[in-house]
Design a protein around this ligand. Structure first.
Ligand SMILES: [Zn+2]
Length: 215
């Protein structure tokens, strides 16, 4: 069994899906690295159209195994309409190439659902770094989204720590994002929170990973 990390900017042990959007990535000595590519909603600039073309080319050339992180963020300087427009294009690329879509969403879940409903083929949507209310978790699950839990889980007072036992096994993924926790630490914390053995958690997360990613 491997430690599968579906979204990180700082790869380590196990299988890492790395998003280089925060800058230079140090490839670890142990661990495997695969890349994803997207437009982070906090960093939308005048080059966005060009970046969409690059994402599409990378997907066509199989240089990436996922699209993202991409999504919607109310704290972004870019208006939500423009964010939705770009995100819709990225979701369409993900669907066309049958790639998972790694989603960053901050204070914009209703808008995210709107884009989802507009997509002809919504595909495999993963909400990364989930840390929100129960009603929103239920809504995301109802629409078939996967939930990726990461650094917020390390805080026992966080919303996601309390809600984790409610995420069905077949929808759960784990990540480290830009934190300094190891993916093993995240697994151990999540296993404890869900009252499972870490090996059991590894097993079903791996099944989810194999269903979503073609690696
Ligand atoms: Zn990230």
């Amino acid at each position: 069994m491997d430690w599968i990390n579906v979204h990180t900017h700082k790869p380590g042990i196990g299988i890492n899906i790395v998003d280089p959007c925060l800058g230079e990535v140090q490839v670890p000595e142990q661990g495997k690295v695969y890349y994803s590519k997207g437009i982070h909603p906090l960093f939308i600039d005048g080059e966005a159209e060009k970046k969409i073309q690059e994402i599409e080319a990378a997907a066509a050339d199989r240089k990436i195994v996922a699209i993202g992180e991409a999504g919607l963020d109310r704290n972004s300087e870019t208006g939500i309409e423009r964010q939705m427009e770009l995100f819709e294009q990225e979701a369409a690329i993900a669907a066309r190439f049958d790639l998972p879509l790694i989603i960053h969403v901050v204070k914009a879940i209703p808008e995210l659902i709107m884009v989802y409903k507009k997509c002809k083929e919504p595909g495999k949507w993963i909400i990364h770094g989930f840390n929100n209310r129960r009603e929103l978790l239920q809504e995301l699950l109802r629409h078939g989204f996967y939930i990726s839990a990461g650094r917020h889980v390390m805080n026992r007072e966080s919303p996601v720590y309390r809600l984790l036992p409610e995420v069905p096994r077949e929808r759960l993924l784990l990540e480290t994002d830009n934190s300094d926790y190891t993916i093993e630490e995240v697994y151990r914390q999540v296993a404890e929170c869900r009252d499972e053995r870490a090996e059991e958690l590894q097993q079903y997360v791996q099944l989810n990973f194999e269903k979503l990613f073609r690696i």
